[in-house]
Design a protein around this ligand. Structure first.
Ligand code: TMP
Length: 205
């Protein structure tokens, strides 16, 4: 039984997910909520090991289906080990990225069938979907410029690929406007964060 609230942050590279999810975590904890803040791929010992394989620039020959299945494998572990138990305990789970990332990156940008991704996601997440998703939207090139100099395997993909990721995310938001809130991430952090907090408090009440 799920009693908690599941919030995810998504967006292209350099869109400020981590900054915003950390700010939200602090805000909610101050209000007295119990929060699990985690990230994908990662969040468990096994999933962090899979993350290393996925982001290692040396693995540049990785096939997109291998990539998709590794992201799903990491997800299977974190859902079972961390996310579902926290939700059962009534916590608020704030997660940087989830299934929408696989749809945007391996699906819309990587060319994998979206239905196949959705079906596998259904198995590894046991049908779990976020209650709300904040899509931090930013121009793909501007976002990439914000990332550090030592780029990981995904950040090294072409600008064409990253543009497709951004457009993929926007298509998901169009399909599911109730769940996915698009927040413009090019401007003031405080303004975007205020919008996020207002929305979350509405759900928490
Ligand atoms: P991040 O922690 O900086 O977001 O790094 C994770 C990278 O992995 C980022 O480039 C997005 C990518 N990714 C996918 O391609 N598919 C997925 O399912 C997930 C969760 C992340």
């Amino acid at each position: 039984m799920k009693h908690g609230i599941f919030i995810t942050f998504e967006g292209p590279e350099g869109s400020g997910k981590t900054t915003h999810s950390r700010l939200l975590r602090g805000f909610l904890r101050k209000k007295g909520y119990k929060v699990l803040h985690t990230r994908e791929p990662g969040g468990t010992l096994i999933s962090e090991k899979i993350r290393k394989i996925l982001l290692d620039p040396k693995n540049k020959g990785m096939d997109v289906s291998c990539e998709m299945l590794l992201y799903m494998a990491a997800r299977a572990q974190i859902v079972k080990q961390k996310i579902l138990p926290a939700l059962t305990q009534g916590k608020i789970v704030v997660c940087d990225r989830f299934t929408d990332a696989t749809l945007a990156y391996q699906g819309y940008a990587g060319g994998m069938d979206l239905k196949v991704i959705e079906n596998i996601a259904g198995i590894v997440t046991k049908g779990l979907k976020p209650d709300i998703t904040f899509l931090l939207d930013i121009d793909a090139r501007a976002g990439l410029l914000r990332t550090g100099r030592s780029k990981d395997r995904m950040e090294r993909k072409s600008i064409l690929y990253h543009n497709k990721v951004r457009n993929g995310y926007l298509s998901i938001a169009k399909k599911e406007p109730k769940r996915v809130r698009v927040v413009s991430s090019g401007g003031e952090i405080t303004l975007a964060q205020e919008e996020i907090r207002k929305r979350v408090l509405k759900i928490c009440r």
